[in-house]
Ligand binder design. Sequence first.
Ligand code: WTA
Length: 654
Amino acid sequence: MSQNNLESSLHEARLFAPPPGFAAQAVPNSAQLAALHAAAAADHVGFWADQARVALHWQRPFTQTLDDSAAPNYRWFADGLLNVSVNCLDVHLAAHGERPAIVFEPESGEPRALSYRQLHTQVCRAANALRSLGIGRGDRVVIYMPLVPEAIIAMHACARIGAIHSVVFGGFSALSLRDRIIDAGARLLITADGGHRGGHIVELKAAADKALAEHTPIEQVIVLRQTGHDVPMQAGRDLWWHELLAAQPDSCPPEWVDAEHPLFLLYTSGSTGKPKGIQHSSAGYLLGAKLSTQWVFDLKPADVFWCTADVGWITGHSYVAYGPLANAGTIVLYEGGPTYPDAGRFWRIIERHRVSIFYTAPTAIRALMKFGDDVPKQYDLSSLRLLGSVGEPINPEAWMWYRSVIGGDRCPIVDTWWQTETGAILISPVPGVTATKPGSCTQPLPGIAADIVDDDGNAVTRADAGGYLVVRKPWPSMLRTIWNDNERYLETYWARFQNRYYVAGDSAHRDADGYYWIMGRIDDVLNVAGHRLGTMEIESALVAHPRVAEAAVVGKPHEIKGEAVFAYVVCLGERPEGDVQAFIDELRHWVGEQLGAIAKPDEIRFADNLPKTRSGKIMRRLLRTIARGEDITQDISTLENPAIVEQLRGKSSS
Ligand code: WTA
């Protein structure tokens, strides 16, 4: 990576101090935040030990804080014993039992609420149901469900009995589900007849059946009746959720697990074709989710917190299923599409449930912005006091719109940087303290030793010079490994700088005030609508088509989605010419079948060949330049087949 390429081009001068009213009530306030930073700087490990003792309920306290004997496979609080579901539910029953834990808004129909007591009962029943099927400590359970309360109940039921959940986003295809089931070695699948999205039914059970059509380790399938449409049930394998839970007792003794016991696996895209099963711990993960919810969202018992993420993504784990519940907050859950039945849906939900903290992705903000200011202006958004953004860099224009039109110029915005791997937000404003700049995620949270380094691993000190975003010291909520592939863990996150720092895979720069600006990925990972997609995954899917010989996928900036998927395809035999639209549609559909609709290429261009170096490497940087319609400035003298460039530059075929 060359320094010059990363030179910052953004020059954002606007600065927004926290509104005095917000700052006055915020926890942490500036003195408290300064004390946290000072404590972490003085004794990194001791700081986290203190936090873990206070924030978590331990069945048996830990005596060792950080075990770095097998670094970079770090272990935190390893001899402590706890249960994550107890920490999110049981501990609140006495003081908050009758307060709403979940307010659920279905796509159509009336909302319903679940108090902490009701949620606890449902989790206990589900946990007993899993135990009745012989599921216990360490067993993997795949959850493939719509965004409904039962998805959260299923996650907590696993946590309660020490089973390891792996949630697969309901938008993923049968084949993606199947790959994840096999990689995780899951014995149980929890799914639903279907889900609701934009007025349609998402056929989850049909996809699950397809995923299980050939042998997998799955023994049983629990099916939630959500849509009520007819689905076939396979005798001996499939069980209805409601029938199974009806027979279960309302209480369930928790399984006390070691701090390091895996709480979940979550598959995410990397730069090779195979998704990585990111493995998180119990205690360290929960500590990160709980504390970051307090620090970044200032969550108080009176708040109504709405994070729009699906539980199929890490954001839906840390800021829907775990962080807010660990803090006794009330969460809003909405199953359906953001513009169903009209573009006012999100704003109507905020008005109806008096949402006070709203956390969403830039892609959603940009999409809703397109409908104009008049839509949100029809709703009473005065309950909002804080806004958040996650998943990709937010462009200053969307940031300003979010602030003025949605936040009424009175709500701070927290632009939160983190990853599936980091478990919790690492770099973000603390809303009562940090003055914000549109487009910057500002500064690391207490106990997070983030930095930016150059190719040689030296800290970049010159303002606005770019480099690798790294974390210099372990932190409790970091991933522990990649499931079944520790080599890949070491290689992906640590090898670049000889195990000295965690390498996030993002490039970033820091301005003269020490504020971080994320510039994008440095590996072959695309960020489409806030979701990570590996270019290799899409290429493998394309090449699996009988007519495709070779494919190269690159990202192209997209006004709403952040990045669009642009595919160059080389076919077996002749290059398709003339009316190729039907074939393009077929390939898009094919990729959708293999990976899920989000991975469908936005544009496909056919070529006789791909530009390669003499050593046979595809010149992706060149392909990116061509996809963006930019002038080619890079040196193409090493190209094996220079004539191909003209053909690739030909008009897009889609
Ligand atoms: C990107 C999502 C800029 C980044 C929580 C990261 C961001 C990847 C931001 C992780 C942000 C996330 N500003 N970029 N505030 N937040 N990213 O694993 O490239 O789905 O590496 O986790 O999203 O995506 P993931």
